[in-house]
Unconditional design. Structure first.
Length: 170
């Protein structure tokens, strides 16, 4: 989101801070979680691995909601909505549920995805993935000046589309 004026920027920044901007992510995960879910678990920096975050009673509360959009025997595509904004929140919460994001080497989704690949075509598509199969799919907010609702959708990246096509072909 880019603002043309300082006034628009100030209002939009306030909307982000007050959590009035709704962000929805698409996440391809290992395994198939329950059809819908709400994860309420505190997140803190990992005690021994300082670049990782972890669910910990010493952390700050974090809330993530998700729903399964599509599923295959060992994978699922989720719509994920953040109600808080913690570092690595989606990745940490989904890994905590034992459904890490595909391609996420830090939180267990890379090795498990490759081990779960049902075919060579899926394995090849997974190997082409750079980073995680996590995508900022939608943002909704009120225009900071006019107040008109704004909804912006971003299509899935080609590498996620290729994995989904390979899964569909099985």
């Amino acid at each position: 989101i880019v603002c043309k004026t300082d006034a628009a920027h100030a209002q939009l920044a306030a909307d982000f801070k007050a959590r009035r901007v709704q962000k929805t992510y698409a996440a391809l995960v290992c395994g198939v979680p329950a059809a819908r879910g709400r994860i309420e678990a505190p997140i803190a920096r990992h005690e021994h691995h300082r670049q990782k975050m972890t669910v910990s009673p010493l952390g700050r509360m974090a809330v993530t909601e998700y729903s399964v959009v599509r599923e295959w025997p060992k994978f699922a595509l989720l719509d994920v909505r953040l109600l808080t904004g913690r570092t690595h929140q989606i990745r940490v919460h989904l890994a905590h549920l034992h459904h890490p994001v595909v391609g996420d080497a830090r939180y267990g989704g890379w090795k498990r995805a490759l081990q779960s690949a049902p075919s060579e075509a899926v394995r090849r598509a997974l190997e082409e993935l750079e980073g995680q199969a996590l995508h900022a799919a939608r943002v909704a907010f009120e225009h900071p000046i006019s107040g008109v609702p704004v909804l912006v959708d971003a299509p899935l990246p080609p590498e996620m589309e290729r994995i989904i096509a390979a899964l569909d072909a099985n």
